[in-house]
Design a protein. Structure first.
Length: 439
């Protein structure tokens, strides 16, 4: 029985071993099938990763208007602890966060001529270019009506001093050919061509092509220059000194020139000279579109020095400014030749503080003129701002009355920087129009 049992046991074990063997073979086979499928899927999915959207490169450009070297602006720099740099310290982050930063330099920097700065005939001291560079500026328009204020020698010295600070002047040159050459700046593989023109010259000293030259706006040659620049770069930016002083409305000539320049391939026009802001608009021409800032206003000046908040607000317009901030993008690996897109447009409102009234009344020891960022200043004034914004939102009539009284007291305290800045912020927004949004 035992044997039989044992035999039975042996006989019983055989099918179990066979089953296990079979199972192992099945599992082995399944494992290989799964491995094969996973490998196949992985191989199939690999080409799909190539189809992910191409990486996009970006270039950020900040632009401001006229750098005016009135006598009191220079006096303020002389009396400030860090010279010119102190006059626009607040704006430095806007420039340093950008890859390129543009301004129109409305003065020669030619101390070697021995002539001092005087009313309507400008000359700036030798330390100005270093202060512009330290601020983060890189592209400087030298094509404007004051370019020849110190004659051809002044143009030469200005270019020399700007270049010594690694700034890129555009619109004037040691020769005509140089003045008419595009400056091409490259960042993140995006090439931007800059051209600069002036529609006015207080003294036209352009004589021989091998002498210092300032580029005057001639629409036909300007459009040819834009077309040529477009073949060399991914985007074309044109600086134009034009329009009527103190007018918020672009002239017909400005509008017609803008149309022609955009049709020829210009992506962005940076206008200046009116000393006040003009609209920023998208212009469609020649089956394409470009952004036109007709006037960026003053970056710094001594204009409207007697402005006071109680005066009609329009009298302060020459102290309004704007930093236009645009972003060009381009698919990485794309060829050059107008392939960048002007993807984003923002601005930050600026305001020039000027203590002329206090200084004249003997209440200030030194002359203070400096550019400030309105939004940043308003953010610092949040408690007063919140108080005023909540006026009338209180639940009970009694608390509403108390809040109203507090807000009125805050708003009517004189001077009230918060109220002035809110007014300037709103005024700047209304002049620029709806094509651009505040940051
Ligand atoms: Zn001008």
């Amino acid at each position: 029985m035992n044997r039989i049992r044992s035999t039975n046991k042996i006989n019983d074990r055989r099918p179990i071993t066979q089953t296990l063997l079979r199972d192992c073979v099945t599992l082995w086979t399944l494992w290989w099938i799964a491995y094969g499928l996973i490998t196949l899927l992985y191989q199939e999915s690999s080409p799909r990763s190539i189809q992910t959207p191409p990486r996009v490169a970006a270039l950020r450009l900040a632009a401001v208007g006229d750098v005016m070297m009135h006598q009191d602006v220079q006096r303020a720099a002389d009396q400030a602890p860090s010279g010119f740099a102190a006059l626009w310290l607040d704006v430095v982050p806007l420039f340093t966060r950008a890859d390129l930063a543009f301004a129109n330099l409305e003065t020669p920097v030619a101390p070697r001529t021995g002539r001092k700065n005087r009313a309507f005939v400008f000359n700036a001291p030798a330390d100005l270019p270093a202060a512009l560079r330290q601020t983060g500026l890189s592209i400087i328009s030298t094509a404007n009506n004051h370019a020849f204020d110190q004659g051809p020698a002044g143009v030469r010295e200005t270019l020399e001093r700007l270049r010594a600070e690694k700034l890129l002047p555009v619109g004037s040159g040691l020769t005509r050919a140089e003045a008419e050459s595009a400056i091409i700046a490259e960042h993140n593989g995006i090439k931007v061509a800059f051209l600069a023109f002036t529609d006015l010259l207080n003294a036209n000293r352009n004589q021989r092509p091998n002498e210092p030259w300032v580029r005057v706006l001639d629409i036909d040659s300007a459009t040819e220059a834009v077309s040529a620049a477009r073949r060399l770069a991914d985007a074309v930016v044109v600086s134009v000194h034009w329009g009527h002083e103190y007018s918020h409305a672009p002239t017909i000539r400005q509008r017609e020139a803008a149309q022609r320049l955009v049709a020829a391939g210009c992506d962005l026009i940076l206008g200046h000279h009116p000393h006040v802001l003009q609209p920023v608009e998208w212009v469609e021409a020649g089956n394409r579109q470009g952004l036109v800032a007709y006037s960026l206003g003053n970056f710094i000046s001594n204009q409207d020095r007697s402005y006071h908040a109680t005066s009609p607000i329009a009298t302060g317009d020459s102290r309004d400014g704007v930093a236009l901030i645009v972003t060009f993008t381009k698919a990485e690996g794309a060829n050059s030749g107008g392939t960048a897109t002007l993807e984003r447009v923002d601005y930050e409102p600026l305001w020039t503080e000027n203590n002329w009234r206090a200084w004249k009344a003997g209440k200030a020891k030194r002359r203070d003129i400096h550019v400030m960022r309105i939004n940043a200043a308003l953010a610092k004034s949040q408690p007063v701002a919140a108080l005023a914004e909540n006026l009338g939102k209180e639940n009970s009539a009694q608390t509403a009355l108390a809040a109203g009284a507090r807000a009125n007291a805050a708003l009517n305290s004189s001077p009230n920087p918060w109220r002035i800045l809110r007014q300037r912020q709103e005024r700047i927004a209304s002049i620029l129009g709806k094509s651009v949004a505040a940051q």
